[in-house]
Design a protein. Structure first.
Ligand SMILES: NC(=O)c1ccc[n+]([C@@H]2O[C@H](COP(=O)([O-])OP(=O)(O)OC[C@H]3O[C@@H](n4cnc5c(N)ncnc54)[C@H](OP(=O)(O)O)[C@@H]3O)[C@@H](O)[C@H]2O)c1
Length: 271
């Protein structure tokens, strides 16, 4: 299927890791120019080198922190300098602290909201005017199925993701009038560095081993295996493409039909 993405300019915040890196490779295969970002300059460069090794040339890396207004403004300025415009923004950054009420300090809560939710807002504030001045655009924000299926041991990520899903729906109306679509994708467990932290929290709160927590998590997914970064990236790239032109303000859950309550041992007091 031709996604009609060739020659589009894509900016990924968090493009140097897991889901974002899979997105970067996929957009490049679809003929896009891609700008990859992340805090660690070495990881950003590694991703750019890996993409260039596949023969693509229109790829560039810009290290910076989504939690910093200055960094985000500078990244968007440099992307526009390099590629002339931005057609697609994908937010896939953020590492909100996992844990239950007593585990996460107010400072960690604030950092989680600043890095992920407000991080996306910082990027959108800068890219939306660029898209509007160009030929419109598409924004896809990676949130998480905890935003619709809460779990007490991932309290802050659930709250941040619920807020992000709400943000998308609101922005879809405002920016939709200016030819910019805004959607979110909410993954369930996906095999990346980020999932390791969630599996650790699941283990801790149920007093089971890390490996057993993995078995519990897989048991909640009907097919019995976690998702891959590529499976999430494929949905993101489709949503970003003109083929999804009538999809705006949607939150697409990509979790293999996960039955989240099965992860909550409080439902099984005799175990
Ligand atoms: N994996 C899952 O099971 C899962 C499930 C639900 C939702 N999600 C969400 O999906 C998104 C991507 O997660 P992932 O699994 O791909 O995680 P990952 O493998 O840890 O990658 C995260 C990426 O975001 C970057 N990043 C993190 N904080 C940043 C910041 N403040 N500024 C700029 N870049 C930042 C990281 O690079 P640096 O560390 O170098 O900055 C990396 O490129 C996250 O929002 C996560 O909450 C993941």
């Amino acid at each position: 299927m031709d996604l009609k993405l060739s020659d589009q300019v894509v900016l990924l915040s968090g493009g140097s890791g897991g889901i974002g890196s899979a997105c970067a490779h996929t957009f490049v295969r679809e003929g896009c120019a891609v700008a990859v970002t992340g805090r660690d300059p070495a990881s950003v460069q590694e991703t750019v080198d890996a993409i260039r090794a596949s023969g693509a040339e229109d790829v560039a890396g810009f290290a910076g922190d989504a939690g910093s207004d200055e960094d985000v403004a500078e990244i968007v300025r440099r992307v526009v300098d390099r590629f002339g415009r931005v057609d697609v923004y994908v937010g896939t950054s953020g590492s909100v602290a996992t844990g239950a009420l007593a585990d996460v300090t107010p400072d960690q809560w604030l950092a989680g909201f600043s890095d992920k939710l407000v991080g996306y807002v910082r990027f959108i504030r800068h890219v939306a005017p660029v898209m509007e001045a160009g030929r419109g655009g598409s924004i896809v924000l990676v949130m998480g199925n905890g935003g619709v299926e809460p779990r007490y041991w991932e309290l802050a990520p659930g709250a941040v993701n619920a807020a992000g899903i709400n943000l998308c729906r609101s922005l879809a109306t405002d920016l939709g009038r200016r030819s910019i679509r805004v959607n979110s994708v909410s993954p369930g467990p996906v095999e990346t560095k980020r999932w390791d932290a969630a599996q650790q929290a699941l283990a801790h709160h149920n007093h089971i081993s890390f490996d057993d927590a993995g078995i519990v998590a897989r048991h909640t997914i009907p097919r019995g295996t976690l998702g891959s970064a590529q499976e999430v990236a494929d949905v993101i790239v489709f949503l970003a493409s003109p083929l999804a032109g009538y999809v705006n303000g949607a939150n697409i859950v990509v979790d293999g039909g996960q039955r989240v309550p099965l992860m909550d041992f409080a439902n099984y007091p005799k175990i």
